[in-house]
Design a protein around this ligand. Structure first.
Ligand SMILES: Nc1nc2c(ncn2[C@@H]2O[C@H](COP(=O)(O)OP(=O)(O)OP(=O)(O)O)[C@@H](O)[C@H]2O)c(=O)[nH]1
Ligand SMILES: [Mg+2]
Length: 198
């Protein structure tokens, strides 16, 4: 009887765990975004932007929404670190791709990298959220312009959920909406990518 009840209790109190990887070129603002997500959802003061160094390993952030936990993995964007990204593909429930909207010179490189990610079999069907970051800066490309640029490869996204949203990781604008979008799509894709349980 005890085993039955404790089993039921465990079942009722178990928490769904999801994993979101944050990718994009170096200097896109991935770690700044992660710190902003932590400060908005956990109410803690994140690392001050001028103390954020280029990422070499992995930064992790965990937030709880309803009874689910979202684990964010922020990976380094420098070219020689891209090989590490693929190791996380089969386990992730969503991908956030951060674009530095002011870096027009590297937008082609950004496109190539994005195409490589979305055509990898290990992330088939996984929701992808592209974030047009640094919208606080006057010279940033707007969402419509970014969409136009990425339009040609959008077909390769297939039937998965995808979206482009404007944010400023530095100021925090659009960040809550971005996480809300992710949460809804991850839930919707649960049959395809079931959560793990803790
Ligand atoms: N103006 C502005 N600057 C930003 C924003 N987000 C990030 N930055 C700046 O962009 C630079 C790079 O930010 P990071 O968060 O370290 O970029 P990253 O993508 O993590 O870079 P790697 O770890 O090398 O891949 C820093 O100087 C940030 O302060 C933003 O929304 N607006
Ligand atoms: Mg970083």
């Amino acid at each position: 009887m005890y085993t039955l009840l404790s089993g039921l209790h465990e079942y009722l109190t178990r928490r769904e765990e999801f994993y979101v990887i944050i990718l994009g070129l170096d200097n896109a603002g991935k770690t700044t975004l992660l710190e902003r997500i932590k400060s908005i959802f956990l109410g803690v003061v994140g690392l001050s932007p001028n103390r954020i160094a280029p990422t070499v390993g992995l930064n992790i952030g965990k937030i709880d929404i309803n009874r689910a936990r979202l684990n964010f993995w922020d990976l380094g964007g420098q070219r020689d670190l891209h090989g590490i990204w693929e190791k996380y593909y089969s386990e992730c429930h969503a991908i956030v791709f951060v674009v530095d909207s002011t870096d027009k010179e590297r937008i082609e490189e950004c496109k190539e990298i994005f195409e490589k990610i979305i055509t990898n079999d290990d992330v088939e069907g996984v929701p992808i959220l592209m974030l047009a970051n640094k919208q606080d800066l006057p010279n940033s490309l707007k969402v419509e312009e970014i969409k136009e640029i990425f339009n040609k490869i959008a077909l390769k996204l297939g039937a998965r959920d995808s979206r482009v949203l404007p944010i400023s990781a530095l100021e925090g604008t659009g960040v809550r909406e971005a996480v809300d979008w992710l949460f809804v799509r991850i839930q919707r894709n649960k049959q395809n990518r079931p959560p793990t349980f803790k």
